[in-house]
Design a protein. Structure first.
Length: 240
């Protein structure tokens, strides 16, 4: 298939919408306060530089998904919202991604989902594929943060961890597995660095064979001798 490159530019200056998804299930109760402290530091760094139109919004999820309000540039407002979070039973991570993606789809500029969780999903009504498709339709990049992964296989949600990896690889993000504290702070710093160094690539495909598939795969590579690493979404949904 031939492609005609239509756009290739730095997208750093485009406004950024960040959906923060915090797992408030009972299994995260012990570390929730430390996670909130790291999120607050991330928000201060996010709003201290970059595009003045950058915004963030908070979702929390246990057995239900709660949206704490619209997108804002007021870090203190989000801090106040997080102060009211209480651990509850259940984990509906896929539902949270689905709902947040729906909100992001209506926004302009670059869109990012930061999903802070312990990896398992136990109560979602939406399936993994539905959540991933919703993120694709929103053009959202997902950065899953798997906090305090269990090192032994006993009690570890391998399926949940694989789902987080697929969220990241399918949307051009990365999975992180930090401990709370300095490692989690460094994770947010790395994500912010990624967001400040994005490029926008657009193309028109030519001689594309007919297919009934709604999902069109995309692969971007660099010269094998290049030290650069490419992270990009795996494709997009469109007409046949």
């Amino acid at each position: 298939v031939e492609q005609e490159i239509a756009v290739f530019e730095r997208s750093t200056r485009q406004p950024l919408s960040v959906a923060l998804l915090l797992d408030t299930s009972l299994s995260t109760a012990k570390e929730l306060k430390s996670e909130i402290d790291s999120v607050n530091r991330f928000l201060k760094a996010l709003f201290s530089e970059g595009n003045p139109e950058d915004r963030a919004s908070l979702w929390s999820f246990s057995d239900e998904v709660r949206h704490s309000g619209g997108f804002t540039r007021n870090a203190r407002k989000i801090a106040d919202q997080m102060r009211d979070l209480k651990p509850e039973s259940g984990t509906s991570a896929y539902d949270a991604v689905w709902f947040a993606s729906g909100e992001l789809e209506r926004r302009d500029g670059r869109k990012v989902i930061i999903l802070v969780t312990d990896g398992s999903d136990t109560t979602s009504a939406k399936k993994f594929r539905e959540a991933l498709e919703s993120a694709h339709r929103a053009d959202a990049v997902i950065y899953p943060i798997l906090v305090l992964p269990i090192t032994s296989d006993t009690g570890r949600s391998i399926g949940g961890e694989n789902a987080l990896q697929l969220f990241a690889s399918g949307t051009g993000g990365r999975v992180f597995s930090p401990r709370v504290g300095k490692e989690l702070d460094q994770t947010f710093t790395t994500i912010l660095s990624d967001l400040r160094t994005q490029y926008l690539l657009g193309y028109y495909p030519r001689n594309l064979p007919y297919s009934k598939e709604r999902f069109h795969r995309v692969e971007v590579t660099v010269n094998s001798s290049s030290p650069l690493r490419v992270s990009t979404r795996s494709g997009y949904y469109g007409s046949s």
